[in-house]
Each structure stands twice: as C-alpha cells, then as structure tokens.
Design a protein around this ligand. Structure first.
Ligand SMILES: *[C@@H]1O[C@H](CO)[C@@H](O)[C@H](O)[C@H]1NC(C)=O
Ligand SMILES: *[C@@H]1O[C@H](CO)[C@@H](O)[C@H](O)[C@H]1NC(C)=O
Ligand SMILES: *[C@@H]1O[C@H](CO)[C@@H](O)[C@H](O)[C@H]1NC(C)=O
Length: 316
C-alpha cells in the first residue's frame, strides 16, 4: 500500500522540472570532450591502411571550436559504450557508406542515441550530431525504419533553403543576420550524397515530424526536395545532410568545396554551436589517466592528399 502510494509521487518528482534544473542549464563544462564514432572503411583507396577511419577534417572542425576529441572504436562491448557515454560530452556520427541498421557503425550509434534520450528526462544533457550518413542514421533511429530514397547531390555546393523554423531554432540562434542571408543565397554547403530523406516522406512520418524541426531543405539534381538540416524539438540532436567540416579543412581542387569567407564563417558557427552544446554536459572520465588515454592525440593522421579526396585521415 505504502509503496504504491509513494511510487507516483516519486515518479512525479523525477520528471518534474521543479526537482531538477532544465537539462543543459546547470553547470558549464569548459573542457568538453566530444566523441567521433569511427567509420567502417569501405573506400577502396583507403582500405589498405585500416579497418576504420576518421577524416582529420572532422577532428579539426570540432577542435577549432574549443573541445578535445575522443575517437570511438567500433565493435566494443555494449558496457564499454555505456562507460564512454558517461565519460564524454557529446558525439558526432560522420559520413560514410554503410548499412544503417546492420553495420557496426549503426549498432554503436544506436547505443549512444538510446542513452542520450533515456537520461535527458533526469536532467542529463548529451548532444548528438549527425553529418551526411550521420543524418540518415538519426532518421532511421528515430523512425525505427529506413525511409531513405534517392536524393542525388554529388559534388555540388548549394545555398540552404531555410524554413520558417530556422528563425526560431537553437542551431542558428547566434548566427549573425548577414550570415543567415548569405547561407540562403550563396553556395556555402558541400554536398556528396546519393540518398536522403525526401521532404514529403519526412512530413508524412509522424515520428520524424514530431521529433525534429526541419531547418533547411534542398533540391536534388533531379528536382526532388529533401531535408538538409534538422534539429530535435526537445532533445539536443542535430544533423546536416551537407558537410560543414570540409569548408575549412579539405582542399581537393577537383571537388566542390566552398572556401569563401562566408563559407568559412558558416563552418565556424556550426562547430561553435555544437561544441557549446557539449559544454552543457558534465560527464567525465573516472580518472585523468583514463581521459588522457581516450583522446585523439595518441593517434597520428596520415597524409592521403596525393591519392584521395581527403588531406589527412586517422586510421584505426
Ligand atoms: C524552398 O522551399 C520551399 C518550400 O518547400 C519551396 O516552395 C521552394 O521552391 C524552395 N526553393 C528552392 C530554391 O528550392
Ligand atoms: C566537382 O565539381 C567541380 C565544380 O563543379 C568540378 O570542377 C569538378 O570537375 C567535379 N569533380 C568531380 C570528380 O566530378
Ligand atoms: C603519397 O605521398 C606519400 C608521402 O607522404 C608517399 O609515400 C606515397 O607514395 C604517395 N602516394 C602516391 C600514390 O603518390
């Protein structure tokens, strides 16, 4: 009797905003560490060097905004991922070309995604970012099914078609008005994808529609509209179908990488936003030694600029 009477009260306490500060508004962590999930190496030219990789541009992109990076290996036991989740302050799922349900990349991402949702309601803030395949993966995790279709935008730079929700978004809230204007008029985003989430498909799916706001759309090479930037309405989950990391850190002449002053500003503001989200997370490693060992500084990027479209890549 007592227990059943007390339980609803306890639950109420757990979930009421009076008992806990709103997630992300408490202490600020000025030494954030962001995990980058390593990607399975499916690139023929890069295969000889490692089973998994992270292009160095993703690392520089995050570091440039004031954080440290921890590479997250694939195929760790679930308990290791859980331990890492409570040690790092956010995670980035990079681009690539792997199965969005069966790959090790997708399986590891699912653990972080699930934990980030789970702990949010007890005041624990853990931001999640998806780039390109990372965006596609987040939509699969949220919808519980793969809703991708052809959305061809290979090696093209494009302006963003900003939606009405962009103006009230968290992601763009600190962007100067002249930058927002440039984003919608100039070709500031790099695109390298064959698939995407069509705008109509997105709107028709209640799980996606209720979970994310669409901040921008683009039109693919065949005239079909797809979502290009999304942000969680409640949860700190963010994703772009385009590649903000290339504007400042990839230089292959033969690819449509935007390097204009506004393109560089856009990339800086994007990185700045996500790292600031990670400052709202107070997760930490259990010891300074463990923290040190987890950081990317132990690894050396390899120069691959003379035979691949990247300049430098970390192999694992
Ligand atoms: C931008 O999106 C709106 C709303 O979907 C659409 O009507 C318009 O044609 C799009 N513009 C471009 C340039 O794609
Ligand atoms: C990529 O696009 C640029 C700019 O349009 C073009 O000059 C280049 O040839 C393209 N590269 C490839 C590999 O298609
Ligand atoms: C690329 O440069 C490295 C030196 O950094 C060299 O060892 C390698 O042979 C070069 N590869 C090609 C394909 O030119």
């Amino acid at each position: 009797m007592l227990i059943s009477a007390a339980a609803p009260f306890l639950l109420g306490l757990l979930y009421s905003s009076a008992a806990f500060p709103k997630p992300g508004t408490e202490r600020i962590n000025e030494r954030p560490i962001i995990g980058i999930l390593t990607q399975e190496n499916t690139d023929e030219t890069l295969k000889p060097f490692g089973k998994a990789y992270i292009p160095a541009s993703y690392v520089k992109y995050l570091e440039s905004a004031g954080c440290r990076v921890a590479p997250i290996r694939l195929t760790l036991p679930e308990s290791e991922y859980e331990k890492l989740f409570y040690s790092i302050n956010g995670i980035l799922f990079p681009g690539g070309a792997v199965d969005l349900q069966k790959s090790n990349f997708a399986k590891a991402a699912k653990i972080f995604y699930r934990l980030a949702l789970q702990v949010f309601h007890i005041g624990d803030y853990f931001p999640v970012w998806g780039t390109c395949l990372g965006l596609q993966l987040l939509t699969v995790l949220t919808a519980g099914e793969n809703l991708l279709s052809d959305a061809l935008a290979e090696n093209v730079s494009l302006p963003l078609n900003l939606t009405d929700d962009a103006a009230s978004s968290r992601m763009f809230s600190d962007f100067p008005p002249d930058l927002l204007k440039a984003m919608s008029q100039e070709k500031l985003t790099a695109n390298f994808h064959h698939y995407g989430i069509g705008s109509q498909v997105f709107k028709a799916n209640a799980k996606l529609r209720e979970f994310y706001s669409v901040l921008s759309t683009n039109t693919d090479s065949l005239g079909k509209e797809y979502v290009s930037t999304i942000e969680g309405k409640v949860y700190p989950m963010y994703a772009v179908q385009w590649h903000p990391e290339v504007n400042r850190f990839e230089w292959e002449k033969d690819l449509a990488y935007p390097h204009s002053r506004n393109a560089v500003h856009l990339a800086s503001f994007m990185a700045d936003f996500f790292v600031n989200e990670a400052r709202k997370s107070t997760h930490s490693f259990s010891s300074p030694e463990e923290e040190e060992m987890a950081l990317i500084y132990h690894h050396h990027p390899m120069y691959v600029g003379n035979f691949s479209s990247y300049e430098q890549v970390y192999f694992f």
